[in-house]
Design a protein around this ligand. Sequence first.
Ligand code: TXA
Ligand code: MG
Length: 324
Amino acid sequence: MWFNTTIGTDIAEAKRFLEQGETVGIPTETVYGLAANALSPEAVLKIFSVKNRPHFDPLIVHVSSANEIEKYTENIPQKAEELMRAFMPGPLTLLLPKKSVIPDLVTSGLDTVAVRVPKHKLTLELLQQLDFPLAAPSANPFGYISPTSAYHVYDQLHGRIPYILDGGTTEVGLESTIVGFENDHAVVYRLGGLSVDDIERITGKAILQLNESSNPKSPGMLKSHYAPKKNLTIRQFNELNIDEIQAENAGAILFNQYIQNSPSPNQILLSAKGDVKEAARNLFAAMRQLDNSNVSVIYTIPFPDTGLGKAINDRLRRAAVGTE
Ligand code: TXA
Ligand code: MG
């Protein structure tokens, strides 16, 4: 099916397509999603086909409020309730035992479902107006960098989806943090837009299970993921040499200072003021910009390993695998 993809801010239009069982690009605070009716296996199948996503990779179900989560899940642990109260809406996804209304296709046959309440005005309004929740993975072809603007979605998926709801540039810029529960412990499966410190303030010590295997519980944790097409290499900042970079026609994604204080158009600072949150917000757009530029390779550095810096480093490591 071919569509004349439009971008706009018309919630009624997005709703109309979703009610017809089509997929629609939606903004969230983390990254843009590719949404469809989570209760309709036919609609959900379209998500997998538009993204070229393998069916073994389950989807996150988006709802309009934490109260809605009870409709789709059961046996919610106390710690999950506390996390919901603290961080929903927000960049947090919880893995909870699913009720049978959620099609097996959404969870790839797992008995848990991933649920979250996105913190974005347009999408919350859309969810409130719909009488079903939205399954939505990030709106990029499988394995590529997640989109942080409506134009990123258009760039890669135009013609394959009818509509993109434009909610501007995403506020957080990294995907949600995924948390499950085992024997009353919180287990973090994917680092993301909510820091582990924030989670542990509510749950106490959490277990980190950031698998880097080829058959993980959470395939977003695949070793190679979130990757540009160009070779991306991580180096210590002081090992980057400006003459080599220029000779190689390389680009660089940096934190708050240029290599040897020599600015160039192919060096991108993610946060001149040295703020990891701002760096997280700018990361994926910078990766795309250099991937679409004429540089031959991309260098980057380890970011400060605190707060969202941990999630940035996680994405950079996965982006580097397979391109090195
Ligand atoms: O911020 C986000 O989470 C964005 C926005 C659009 O909400 N969504 C997103 O979806 O990043 P996606 O599909 O790109 O990543 C979701 C991850 C996948 O790695 C998937 O394997 C994992 O969540 N996942 C989903 N359901 C799961 C389940 N029941 N058990 C374990 N992992 C699950
Ligand atoms: Mg994704």
